[in-house]
Write a protein that binds this ligand. Structure first.
Ligand code: C5P
Length: 396
């Protein structure tokens, strides 16, 4: 099931550390090659020897190897397909969220170029602590996934949420992850994200409140499902993803974005999530306009990128074209007419009348197709992205 897969297991300090030995057994039995990093906290609970006996090689504990010159913190993630942190202490989650690299495990995580799956384990108060919850949210926004802890009697005697998931549950999540990674393998996608910038003069521009979060989450979700993604991104107020399957092209204006998208074609899927300015200034000044000279702008219409892709001749058109509709009224009617006029297969429609979408992490959308429409519950932007990935997978 996991033949040919390389897993880097980071074991941090927790009473649940012993369960990671069982996890190693399940992973190796399924054919995976396991390398392990044991933190100082981890070593307080289990010995390097127990881990080494199970994986058949040296366990890594030091940032700088004194026996040979090796950059362990870089090489370890390069050799892995997936990094699993089990148990993941509150400390390692918080270091991961904040980019702290003060030992081998946290340095591997900062230098990683591979996805992370973690199994938190801690006291209920630590789990519920607002600082920890902020960090947990942050690592998810950065693309990490976690196997939820269980509710029960904790080692400290208190009861509540915080007990690490069983080794078999973590093993299933690892298998699921690899299955997921293969489901769009060989498929290509172009995703637009963020707002476009339309220059007024050499120092000023027109744009919109788009943060780029939803489009970036879609690119990430598709990439994690195995698709090769070209992310064409305008102005964003969030950081850009780092994934081996994502190629990023930064653009400024709608005209640039239109050109970049058409250059990126052909693709199996196009997702137009960018908030493209409908108009651009036609009398851009190459010098800063002085306020004394007054301001008179004239506009011309920008190309409709989604429409230009959706209405391509069948040989050139992506198999699936997905557009977005942000509306303040008559959401479903407007979405249905956009579906038809832009030649899309799906419109993801959201109501932006109360400003509840721009820059936020939650989104509540409708999937509008030719014959049907479906309302999704309020979800994280990542969960909306995963629903779009599922929709794509069912149809490709
Ligand atoms: O027409 P409207 O801007 O409401 O349509 C939104 C959808 O069309 C989004 O998917 C957006 O990315 C796309 N769009 C585009 N080019 C434009 C305007 C919108 O691709 N010029």
């Amino acid at each position: 099931m996991l033949t040919g897969k390389n897993i880097l297991l980071i074991i941090t300090g927790s009473i649940a550390s012993y369960k990671s030995l069982e996890l190693i057994r399940l992973l190796t039995k399924a054919g995976a090659t396991v390398e392990a990093v044991l933190t100082r906290g981890g070593e307080a609970f289990i010995t390097p020897l127990s881990v080494e006996a199970l994986i058949g090689k040296r366990v890594h504990t030091q940032l700088w190897d004194d026996r040979s010159y090796q950059m362990n913190h870089i090489e370890l993630s390069r050799r892995a397909d997936l990094i699993v942190i089990a148990p993941a202490s509150a400390n390692i989650v918080s270091k991961l969220a904040n980019g702290i690299a003060d030992d081998l495990a946290s340095s591997v995580l900062l230098a990683r170029n591979k996805p992370v799956l973690l199994a938190p384990s801690m006291n209920v108060e630590m789990w519920e602590n607002l600082a920890f919850q902020r960090n947990l949210k942050q690592i998810q926004a950065d693309g990490a996934a976690y196997v939820p802890p269980q509710v029960g009697i904790l080692a400290c005697g208190e009861s509540g949420i915080g007990k690490m998931a069983e080794a078999a549950t973590i093993f299933d999540a690892v298998c699921e992850r690899f299955k997921n990674q293969a489901r769009l393998a060989g498929k290509t996608a172009i995703v637009t994200a963020g707002g476009t910038i339309e220059r007024i003069d050499s120092v000023r521009y027109l744009s919109n409140f788009s943060s780029g979060k939803q489009g970036i989450a879609i690119a990430q979700s598709l990439a994690e499902s195995g698709a090769e993604v070209q992310l064409v991104v305008g102005n964003v107020s969030t950081h850009l993803p780092s994934h081996p399957n994502i190629t990023i092209q930064r653009v400024e204006s709608a005209v640039n974005m239109h050109a970049a998208v058409h250059q990126a074609l052909p693709a199996d899927v196009f997702v137009g999530c960018a908030a493209v300015c409908d108009f651009r200034v036609s009398n851009i000044s190459d010098k800063k306009i002085k306020k004394e000279s007054g301001l008179e702008l004239s506009f011309e219409e920008n190309p409709d990128i989604a429409k230009s892709v959706g209405t391509l001749e069948p040989a050139k058109r992506p198999k699936l074209v997905i557009g977005f509709a942000a509306e303040t009224d008559q959401l479903l009617d407007h979405a249905a007419s956009k579906l038809a006029s832009k030649g899309c297969d799906l419109i993801v429609a959201n109501d932006v009348s109360d400003g509840a979408v721009f820059g936020k992490d939650q989104n509540q959308v409708h999937f509008v197709e030719r014959e049907t429409s479906k309302k999704l519950p309020s979800l994280s932007k990542r969960a909306v992205a995963d629903a779009i990935t599922n929709w794509i997978q069912e149809r490709l």
